[in-house]
Write a protein that binds this ligand. Structure first.
Ligand code: 3AL
Ligand code: ZN
Ligand code: ZN
Length: 512
């Protein structure tokens, strides 16, 4: 036995020395902690944790500057004006992006990732890879389309477990307000104290059985708890009217014609819901009985009376805000081909005049922010072959394309890069209460997208798309401008040249 040990000992010594030698080659800061070091490197496509990004177009709250951003351990530690003047830095630690735009990463506060329960529709892995590839550094996940829906602290726990080790960007979570927890506010209170950033509810059927709609009284009850936590409710604002003209039943019009579907969900549905909501938001103003609560209207499509009601509520000091989505700004009902159910969503895409007015409201600041409402499904439910607009799943798949789509269509209306950044980063961060994100400012998370507004590309089958069932996206086949080059999340380079970092190191964001 002794003899055996003496024979293998030199061999073991040589193996150990080889390991140490190669490990030290790879290390620059913490040679004594190989395990931590190796894992950290897998989070990023860069070897450094302290580095500089320089560019002639950096979007800061003070305007677009030429200079550099210093990043250390995931935070922005300095922003220096003057291109090529990054002080003490070593050359290999400076990434020079030339005239590419360096901007806060996008924050998409309306995304259905569908996991657990409907991972065949989307999922944390595919969804957050798509986000990273599109320059989206934070998403806030919706409480429905996953199964079970996120309506209690127990179901939130299932969400959090399902997200473990799968997220490439940071992810926050909305809880759901449904009759069950609106009628038993302890459940809602527990859900909020478990860390959801706020709650979502529907004023019409949601299309998902275990996510029933709420009445305005449920919403009022929910707001009383939300006020205490100072967190928002985000509301799908359509109120179904009992108007025969709009019912799908007894209707012998062509279900493949987009107009048939459009007529089933008129602007008056949005108007009726918003009228009820502004009746309640009046109490959210300073000194009001619901001070601290906030009402946010999701995916506004009607740019007429619905928008006027919101403007009025804002001008009297209500705590209320509104989002719209790229598909309402990119498409109009006149252009939607018969049977092309990729364009089906609710509320529906309306006519070109409505779209122009939506852009006007975006540019004037009456619409606060943009989101995707990325709501994917499987081909069997999108019914592309049948082309039946009345039966197909309503929801548009677009998470990876936010930035180029907003830019491609917006620049024709005079949208600036600074406005785009407010709409996609700063204001969404404020709504979700995650203000250490959303701007390139000292102390903030180094969540950054680098993109080239002038670069055009075709969204065809050769383009690396990471959303599941990408062929169901209404944007496939289009030519866009504004190519995402690199994406950083908390200083980790998570996406570059069509490739992701080896490990999914996004963080689950919980409100405290
Ligand atoms: N359940 C769900 O995701 N519904 C979404 N789809 C859509 O088009 N509008 C929605 O609210
Ligand atoms: Zn909705
Ligand atoms: Zn949605």
């Amino acid at each position: 036995m002794d003899q055996f040990v003496w024979r293998v000992l030199p061999l073991i010594t040589i193996l150990v020395s080889f390991f140490i030698f190669f490990y030290l080659q790879d290390s620059d800061t913490a040679p004594l902690y190989p395990v931590i070091k190796l894992r950290r490197n897998e989070c990023s496509l860069l070897p450094h944790h302290h580095f500089w990004i320089s560019s002639k177009r950096i979007v800061t709250p003070q305007g677009i500057i030429s200079g550099s951003v210093e990043i250390n351990e995931g935070r922005i530690v300095s922003v220096v004006e003057g291109y090529g003047k990054q002080g003490q830095s070593k050359q290999e630690e400076v990434i020079d992006y030339g005239d590419a735009v360096v901007m806060p990463g996008l924050i998409d506060v309306h995304v259905h990732l569908d996991e657990p329960g409907r991972t065949e529709w989307e999922g944390f892995d595919t969804g957050t890879r798509a986000a990273a590839a599109g320059g989206v550094t934070t998403v806030v996940d919706m409480p429905l389309n996953n199964y079970p829906t996120t309506v209690s602290k127990e179901t939130l726990k299932l969400k959090l477990d399902a997200a473990e080790d799968k997220i490439y960007v940071d992810v926050g979570f909305w809880g759901g307000l449904v009759p069950d927890n609106a009628n038993n506010l302890t459940i809602l209170d527990d859900l909020l104290s478990a860390g959801v950033l706020g709650v979502k509810s529907f004023m019409c059927p949601s299309g998902i059985n275990d996510f029933p709609m709420t009445t305005i009284d449920h919403i009022k009850a929910g707001l009383s708890v939300l006020a205490k936590y100072k967190r928002p409710i985000v509301v799908h604002s359509e109120l179904q009217e009992d108007n025969e003209n709009h019912l799908e039943l007894n209707d012998n019009r062509d279900p493949r014609a987009y107009l048939t579907y459009l007529n089933t969900r008129p602007p008056s549905w949005e108007e009726a819901a918003i009228r009820q909501l502004v009746g309640v938001s009046k109490d959210t103003g300073i000194g009001g009985p619901l001070e601290g609560a906030h009402i946010h209207i999701v995916h506004l499509s009607d740019s007429s009376t619905s928008l006027d009601l919101i403007k009025e509520a804002k001008s009297r000091g209500d705590s209320i805000s509104v989002e719209t989505c790229p598909h309402y700004l990119a498409f109009s009902s006149e252009e939607i081909p018969n049977g092309d159910t990729r364009f089906k969503c609710s509320p529906p895409i309306r006519d070109a005049h409505n779209k122009d007015k939506l852009w006007e409201a975006v540019l004037d600041g009456h619409i606060d922010l943009l989101t995707t409402d990325h709501s994917p499904t499987v081909p069997e439910l999108k019914l592309l072959e049948e082309g039946d607009f009345l039966k197909a799943w309503g929801g548009i798949s677009s998470l990876q394309f936010n930035l180029p789509v907003t830019w491609s269509y917006g620049k024709k209306y005079g949208l600036t890069i600074e406005q785009l950044s407010l709409l996609w980063s700063k204001r969404p961060a404020a709504l979700a209460g995650i203000e250490s994100k959303g701007t390139i400012a000292v102390g903030n998370h180094a969540d950054i997208v680098v993109w080239q507004p002038e670069q055009e590309f075709d969204l065809d089958d050769n383009y690396p798309v990471f959303i599941k069932h990408y062929e169901l996206s209404a944007y496939m086949g289009s030519r866009l401008s504004g190519k995402v080059l690199d994406t950083f999340v908390r200083g980790n380079l998570v996406f570059k040249d069509g490739k992701h970092a080896p490990s999914a190191c996004g963080v689950k964001i919980l409100a405290t």
